[in-house]
Structure formats: C-alpha cells, structure tokens
Design a protein around this ligand. Structure first.
Ligand code: NGF
Length: 288
C-alpha cells in the first residue's frame, strides 16, 4: 500500500450524471500514462460530497471493474449519514477494495469521542482496514497526537491521509507510529513530507502530474534532495496555475486536452470561462 495514489477525479456529463466511458478513460490514463501505484476513489477530488449514495456505488463499481488488480484501490466512504458510510464500506469491501478511508465527520463540530465512535462503528460492521482522512482546512476537525494514538488503538485503523501543513505533528506521528501508514495529502508539499519518511501520498494533481510525483517521492527516498527539489519546483509552478484557475475543473480540462473524456464537475461547482479553458490547455502543453 506504499507509494503514489491518485485522488481520482470523476467524469460527469452535462447533467451531472457519472460518465462511465470517461471515468474508465481517467482510470486508464492514471495507470497507463501517470503510472501511479494506486487510486483513492470518491474523495474530495471525486466530488464525493456532491454525489448521491447510488452514484458513489456506481463509481466504486466502474473503477474496480476497470482496474481489476492492476493497482491498489482505496475507497473513501466517509459520510455524515453513518448508515450510508457503513453501507458504502460494505459495498466497497465486497467489490474487493484493498482498504477503506473515511473523512472525519464534519459540520456539527463533533467532539473527539464522537469522531472515534464514528470510525469504530464503521469498522465493527466491515471486514476491512481503515485509513483516517484528516483534512482540517475543509472539515474544521483537528486532532492532536494523543487523539491519533487513540484512533490507532483499533488495529483495523492502519494509517492516516494527512492533509495539513503541520510538519511538527506529521513528524511526531511518524516517530510515534512507525508501523502505521502515513500518506501526505498536499501535493505541493510532497517533498517535505517524503523527507519525513511518509509511506506515500494521495493527491488530486497526480491525475495530470503523477509521473513527477513518483520521481519526487523516489528521489527523496534515495536522499537525492536537490534533484527532487527541482521537480517539486516545476510541480508547484503547475499547481499554482491550477489553483489560480479552478482546481478540479482545470484538472479535467488538462485531461481533455490530452484526449481523456474527463467531462464536467457537478453543480454547484461552476464551469470554467473560455479564457480559463484556454489557460488549462496551455498548461497541458507546457507541463503534461
Ligand atoms: O483537493 C484537496 C482539498 N486536497 C487534495 C487531496 O489532499 C485530497 C490535494 O491533492 C483529495 O484529493 C481527495 O480526497 O480526493 C490538493 O488538491 C492539492 O494538493 C492542491 O492543493 O484540499
């Protein structure tokens, strides 16, 4: 389960329905062109929180059918409706997903006991492993070292997708839990996280920049930091342009420029203006 995992984007048609052909093409592009080690399915980048439970199941099914056993698959099943989270966890497990992940429950400012109960409830109902999805900037849920330690007490909790710019906490978790899997969640900080000896990374921009991410990660593991820094610099030039232009929409437009039917985002995410589509096409030529 180590290495570079793409946080898979999903192709939707003009009406916001899952575009199966496009989704399969995105999966193939990630495996055949970006050559990533695995896919993280139905995360933020997959527009998970904009989809119905049936759409999420459809995505899990199509992706597994396309991938078979070519790369590792992590299913993000977190949902505010805990029954839905359990149902999705069981569904993805039955399909053969290698591990589950669930975002910390958000919106109602749950206390830590409630967060812990959420993970334990999912895991009591499914025979699979769990990677905590911690992304405080979007959920408002920050956990300290002791709280991660409590979650890790459940042996089925095998790691964390750590999407925060807190390298002090990251180092403390690494030091305290050498046997848990830590995935870096911010692509623009991959090198810094890799130097702290994370086990891999999960990111949206790997859909279009996976090859560079793999190089950064491999070079860091070999302590070839100057070379890795050069590639992180080009990567961050691209990420800065993507973020300024509209994150998921731009990734989709870059993929379209490469011949992948990446479709549109679901509402309320907006369409890119013509100028921004042009910017994305220029990024495809310059970087991808
Ligand atoms: O898209 C976000 C929101 N974060 C992703 C990743 O951490 C989570 C990150 O790759 C994710 O993609 C998922 O759950 O599907 C950023 O997009 C990237 O570093 C650019 O900032 O923060």
């Amino acid at each position: 389960m180590n290495g570079i995992f793409t946080a898979l984007i999903c192709s939707f048609d003009e009406k916001g329905q899952v575009n199966e052909k496009g989704l399969r093409e995105i999966v193939r592009h990630n495996i055949d062109v970006q050559k990533v080690d695995g896919l993280y399915v139905n995360g933020s980048s997959g527009e998970n929180f904009l989809m119905s439970a049936d759409q999420k199941k459809k995505v899990f099914e199509i992706v597994k059918d396309e991938v078979k056993d070519e790369v590792k698959l992590i299913a993000q099943v977190g949902a505010l409706d805990i029954d839905e989270a359990v149902e999705l966890a069981q569904y993805a497990t039955n399909l053969g997903y290698d591990a589950l992940s669930a975002v910390t429950p958000f919106y109602y400012r749950f206390d830590f006991e409630e967060v812990k109960d959420y993970y334990n409830t999912i895991l009591e109902n499914v025979d699979n492993k769990m990677i905590i999805y911690s992304i405080p900037a979007l959920t408002g849920v920050s956990m300290n070292l002791d709280q991660f330690a409590e979650l890790f007490e459940n042996e089925k909790v095998i790691g964390v997708k750590f999407t925060a710019p807190d390298f002090f906490l990251l180092e403390r978790i690494r030091h305290a839990f050498p046997d848990k899997l830590i995935y870096s969640g911010f692509d623009e900080m991959l090198l810094s996280a890799a130097v702290l000896n994370v086990d891999g990374a999960i990111g949206s921009t790997f859909n279009v920049n996976g090859q560079r991410a793999k190089q950064i990660y491999a070079l860091a593991k070999e302590s070839r930091i100057d070379e890795a820094r050069e590639i992180q610099k080009v990567t961050n030039d691209l990420i800065a342009e993507i973020l300024a232009n509209g994150l998921y929409q731009t990734i989709k437009e870059i993929l379209k420029a490469k011949g992948v039917d990446a479709g549109y985002c679901r509402k309320p995410m907006k369409r890119l203006t013509e100028d921004k589509v042009k910017n994305a096409k220029a990024m495809a030529v310059k970087y991808c």
